[in-house]
Design a protein. Structure first.
Length: 270
């Protein structure tokens, strides 16, 4: 009981900034400049004008930023789940020369900060003529070292006997993966979907370097551009920030059970 109460209090504290933001998004931006974020119900001053600006302000550029972020998210999450799971599965279930060395290299990549890799990655993307494109943003992170490690650890706990039985029945290696292993790995897919989606949706440094035009900007870059030394468009910024939370919230709600099961896999033995 006490643990539940404590978790409830911590949840309220964690959500409080979003409540402030949500209430402020229904009021004119000048109110925040004068009074700051306030947890105060002022229904006469509430309106949906700020949300209308998402469509009309700057010729609807916010919707374009939103679409760009969603496209990049789909590419990175889809590719990340497919390739990371296949590599992690292979490192776990197949015995081949150099397997341990490859796994050590994966661990080393996890230890390297992304900022150190920006210059070589930029040179590579520039060589491939992918500057200012969706693929230029998504391709360097299409395979996640964290994802490979996670899937490798998860598949290590899956029974190898199922693979041997499938081979006896004439199933191909790809058939074993897609028809047998993938259904068993659904909790891991759910957990990594949330983690990869959050990383892609909130990414700012790399997209800012690769994307050159306003039309190709992602949502974090677009919202940041509203903060200028010459004046801040809080009307659009507040409502845009609220709407930016929705995709991650939806993804989490759809995958929360798999997320919990995937993150706790292996914690109980026997």
């Amino acid at each position: 009981m006490y643990c539940t109460l404590l978790m409830g209090i911590l949840a309220v504290v964690a959500l409080m900034p979003f409540f402030f933001l949500l209430l402020s998004s229904f009021k004119p931006g000048q109110e925040m400049v004068r009074n700051g974020l306030q947890f105060k119900f002022d229904f006469p001053n509430y309106s949906l004008v700020n949300y209308g600006l998402l469509v009309t302000e700057r010729e609807g550029m916010y919707l374009k930023w939103y679409l760009n972020s969603i496209i990049i998210l789909l590419i990175q999450v889809g590719g990340g789940l497919l390739f990371s799971s296949m590599v992690g599965y292979a490192l776990s279930k197949y015995a081949f020369k150099g397997r341990n060395l490859l796994f050590v290299l994966v661990l080393l990549v996890m230890m390297i900060p992304t900022e150190i890799l920006i210059f070589p990655l930029y040179k590579q993307i520039d060589t491939y003529k992918l500057i200012n494109t969706y693929w230029g943003v998504a391709l360097p992170f299409l395979v996640s070292a964290t994802g490979i490690f996670f899937f490798r650890q998860y598949t290590s706990g899956l029974p190898t006997e199922l693979m041997e039985a499938a081979r006896i029945d004439g199933c191909t290696e790809y058939g074993i993966y897609f028809k047998i292993m993938v259904p068993l790995m659904l909790p891991a897919f759910g957990a990594m979907t949330i983690l990869l989606a959050m990383g892609s949706w909130n990414a700012m440094v790399w997209p800012m370097i690769v994307l050159r035009t306003t039309q190709m900007q992602t949502l974090p870059i677009g919202l940041q551009s509203l903060l200028t030394p010459y004046g801040n468009n809080y009307d659009l910024l507040l409502s845009g920030a609220v709407m930016s939370v929705l995709p991650i919230m939806i993804i989490f709600l759809l995958n929360q059970k798999s997320f919990i099961a995937g993150m706790t896999a292996g914690s109980i033995k026997g």
